[in-house]
Ligand binder design. Structure first.
Ligand code: MN3
Length: 199
């Protein structure tokens, strides 16, 4: 495959005041575009050209191809990240399958607290995640830089970008405030549920 920058599924200003148009313009048009462009260069001659994005991400990690771990990983992460947000998102009304897994985990408040804590405690750049582990249970994890849970054999169903480029314009250094606002006001739980169907 050739990586291609997807369109945002909403207008640049749709997520205000929780994420500004300026942040989305830089984050989508500049940062994600750079991962796509660099990823396409690195894909040439890698032997992975015909594979799906998910297969490329897993193979990059297995082969210790650091360039593709970074850039294919970030292309996967951001392609989902735009869909993990929506105007009027967040809140504790969850679709059915997800609600069941959340209750098994210990409830919405525990998921929220653990997810925010994962993002706050990821040292430097990276991501906070909700994943489905190999036993089919919900788990909260975090990964550094461009890595993601696919590389470790789990299915990500929700991820939040905690690189500074995702929040510095709107929140400066206040990563906890960003994570709380993101979880409470932006998460697209229907998209999370749609990934569960595939997990
Ligand atoms: Mn990012």
């Amino acid at each position: 495959m050739t990586f291609k920058l997807p369109e945002l599924p909403y207008a640049y200003d749709a997520l205000q005041p929780y994420m500004s148009a300026e942040t989305l313009q830089f984050h989508h048009d500049k940062h994600h575009q750079a991962y796509v462009d660099t990823g396409n260069k690195l894909l040439q001659g890698s032997g992975l050209e015909g594979k799906s994005l998910e297969e490329i991400v897993k193979a990059a990690y297995a082969n210790k191809n650091q360039g593709l771990i970074n850039n294919a990983g970030q292309h996967y992460n951001h392609t989902h990240f735009w869909n993990w947000m929506k105007k009027g998102g967040g809140g504790n009304k969850l679709p059915g399958k997800l609600e069941k897994l959340v209750q098994e985990y210990g409830g919405y408040d525990k998921v929220r607290a653990d997810f925010i804590n994962a993002g706050v405690t990821q040292f430097g750049s990276g991501w906070a995640w909700l994943i489905i582990n190999s036993e089919g249970k919900l788990e909260v994890t975090k990964t550094p830089n461009g890595e993601n849970p696919l590389m470790y054999g789990s299915q990500p169903i929700l991820g939040c970008d905690v690189w500074e480029h995702s929040y510095y314009i709107d929140y400066r250094n206040a990563r906890p405030k960003y994570l709380e606002a993101w979880f409470d006001n932006l998460v697209n739980w229907e998209y999370v549920e749609s990934l569960l169907e595939k997990a």
